[in-house]
Write a protein that binds this ligand. Structure first.
Ligand code: FES
Length: 154
């Protein structure tokens, strides 16, 4: 869905909706998930990690301004944090960082956080069995090609 009306958006939320940060796709990643919400919009997140921290995180959405704003702010809040902290990120933190936004943002923030967590789960699922990490700068999969049917539903 597309909406150009940003009524009810704070300045910060409007700015993220119009100019989303970290908009993907990402070519090579350590974790990836794509989920379609009950609204019919799909969000996709990719992340790379180093020493247990999320180094880079990107997203895409086919939803409108509120989903762009929530996806964008979710990436900003996740970047540089320990993966364990990222798993604990709550939709209300995304909404608080955006400031005022319309009620539908609650759903978008929930979807964004759900997809981000699924990308973290994907990362943990694919850790090498011997506990070793990928050498710096190398990531395990091509984010453009990888689908994850387990996280494709919301
Ligand atoms: Fe669909 Fe927000 S209304 S993601």
């Amino acid at each position: 869905m597309e909406c150009l009306d940003f009524e009810g958006f704070s300045e910060v939320a409007r700015e993220h909706a119009m100019h989303p940060r970290n908009y993907g796709p990402m070519k090579a990643c350590d974790g990836h998930a794509r989920i379609t919400g009950p609204c019919g919009d799909t969000m996709e997140f990719w992340l790379t990690t180093q020493d247990g921290k999320v180094i880079e995180v990107m997203f895409t959405t086919d939803g409108c301004g509120s989903s762009r704003a929530c996806g964008s702010m979710t990436t900003c809040l996740a970047e540089g944090r320990d993966i364990a902290e990222v798993l604990d990120l709550q939709p209300k933190e995304v909404l608080a960082a955006l400031g005022a936004c319309p009620p539908e943002c609650e759903h978008c923030a929930r979807l964004a956080v759900t997809v981000l967590r699924a990308a973290c789960d994907d990362y943990f699922r694919h850790l090498p069995k011997d506990g070793t990490c990928m050498p710096d700068g190398q990531h395990r999969q091509d984010g453009r090609l990888k689908d994850n049917p387990e996280t494709d539903k919301y």
